[in-house]
Design a protein around this ligand. Sequence first.
Ligand SMILES: [Fe+2]
Length: 748
Amino acid sequence: MTDVPMPQVLGYCDDWSVAAGGTIRFRIASLTSARPYRAQLVRVISSDTGPAGAGLKTEDVAAPLNGIHEAALRPIPVGSFVLVDRPDAVEGLGSFTVQALVQPMLRERAQQAIVSTLVEGGRRPGFALIVDQDGALAIHFADGTRISTGAPMELGRWHHVAASVDATRGEVFVRQTPLPARGFDRPPAVEAAGVAAVGRLAPGALRIGAIGRAGPTPGHFATWLFNGKIEAPSLADRALAPEDLRAAAAAGTTMPPSDCLRAAWDFTQDIAGVTVRDIGPRKLHGRTVNAPKRAVVGSRWDGSEHDWRRAPAHYAAIHFHEDDLYDACWPDTLTWSIPADQRSAIYALRLDTDGAPPFWITFFVRPPRGKATARLAFLASTATYSVYANYRARMVPSTVDLAFGALQQIDGTDMLVMAHPELGASTYDKHPDGSGVCHVSLLRPLVNVRPTGRLWNLQLDLCLIDWLEAQGIAYDVVTDDDLHREGLSLLENYAVVMSGCHPEYWSAAMWDGLDAWLNRGGRFMYMGGNGFYWKVTYVETHPGMIELRRAEGGTRAWAEVPGEYLHASTGDLGGLWRRNGRTPNSLVGVGFIAQGFDYASWYERTPASRDDRVAWMFEGVGEARLGDYGCALGGAAGMEIDCASTALGTPAHALVVASSVEHSKVMNLVVEEINAGFSGAYGGTWPAVRADIAFFETPGGGAMWSTGSISFVGSLAHRGYDNGISRMTANVVRRFLDPRPFEIPARA
Ligand SMILES: [Fe+2]
């Protein structure tokens, strides 16, 4: 696989949803070596979906930034930590004591810093309290002296850790004390003593969870990154005696006596923010870098409280990961001042280098705020694109075999996430310490939001764009990000809004905006499956970042840690929308029921499809096996599918006009429909496992049409767009654009 050529020049933009008349800034560099590249701006019309698809179609856009440029070599400062960027943090300290509570989660690293004043390669006096390569507590000095307890700490257990340094005598003492936990293991505390020539500490920044590293963006580059939780780190400005540290450990406290308190960082404050408060006399406040996970259970959490706002003392920890990444910190390299009359569409800046596949920076040009340029809008699922960005687990064979039931097709661009872990991960991945990734950021190169590759989301959504173009249907492109920011006012200028194939992740503001528009007569075409499923938050303190907690249940890549179900950014309960009082069925008539990736099937019409209310929908459709073709696994009903359920809120007057049949035994029922284990023998014969095409009228003269399948849009282009799926979709667009109001039928 390593012989597969990979893109050599990468990039991202400052904000991928931008209005005509605005400016977009591109940040472009190479992770391997400085080299020239050609930039070409294109409008994206269709994607490469293989032999059964319409093929890649782009249209060059004239712009001053097109041409040959030079990409600099730039690293990405991956890894989260707390930066206390105050030269006086340790200035002048001779003797000192450093303490913290830690829950190490990973070994197999040369060293992981808990609290440090070191910069890699630096010679000036400094220290790092670390977990060493054996998993033992150690203190490391700038001259290389290292004094370790020599005994590994137990992964996942809280420990009191302390090191005291008597500069005048050159004496060093370290102690790691396992804290009591449920169960009956009682690992012993371990102490060690040694000598070191320390000298007075040099002025400079202090870091919690890392040491500094030289880099083009001072402060952001770190190494010796910690994997696990840290709570209540503190500094005292004298060497506390071993008996004092034993007593502190027994009490589970790290707070030095007031007469020697230098700093004590209290992570229970500003949990939703970036500031890390020092409650000591010098107010040595810090800030988080690369968005470590906050609102996490700490050493004192006993299960009695699940809301960090009500018991902050139980949530006094921060969880750091070596692959957390918020901001790649690349400078702006190219900009495009978008003409005010530039058509709203999907665009990309294509970066070409010799002998390597291109890299695509995809972005979305929407009309100026408040101005629609078409009566129909495509709502790009940018929240979902974000959450999937740099999906690493997809490369792991076990995921391919177990979850997908068939080999996936991957290419050199997909391989970038394996070759360059500094690109960060998606929320489908786990961190190296086994915990789930709950933050995802757009401020880094995104390898899988592009018109090539073999993943659903944008790639399949382009089948819909291609179809709109082929049908001559005028459309605007707006995004989830816009809907989150503007709500109803974004949608109210449109008669019809079409989703993509997989609008899975929704913020509350997005949902509220769509719901309000639907109640005022909006007409929505839900063109996918497994939509309106997970709740996400756009994190205000980190523009471009989304937070997700895969809480409680759901068909999910990982399970959230008990006690950590509430978002740090808002305090809202995360997880499935159906567990937050909103079901997809109540909004769009259908909801997630099964997933399978071996093949996609077709739909058959139901008796309800003969109802006069939907006679217009089937004009010219005439297929017994509706959608038995397509580029998304060979059929219109597949990958992830939804069905109607009145128990889950499908309106009583909804008509299920077609249902899919003949799914295989690896079209697996979603786990949230299963209360107790079952043999699995039902497989695809479970009666609910089907995609339903549903229609219903809404208040205010509007209507809803839902396809209930990710694969659906992959069938639109079959036989030169001359097929039942295409005709039915065109019938719906035509009727939905017709201003004649829909009426909810009177109850029989
Ligand atoms: Fe998904």
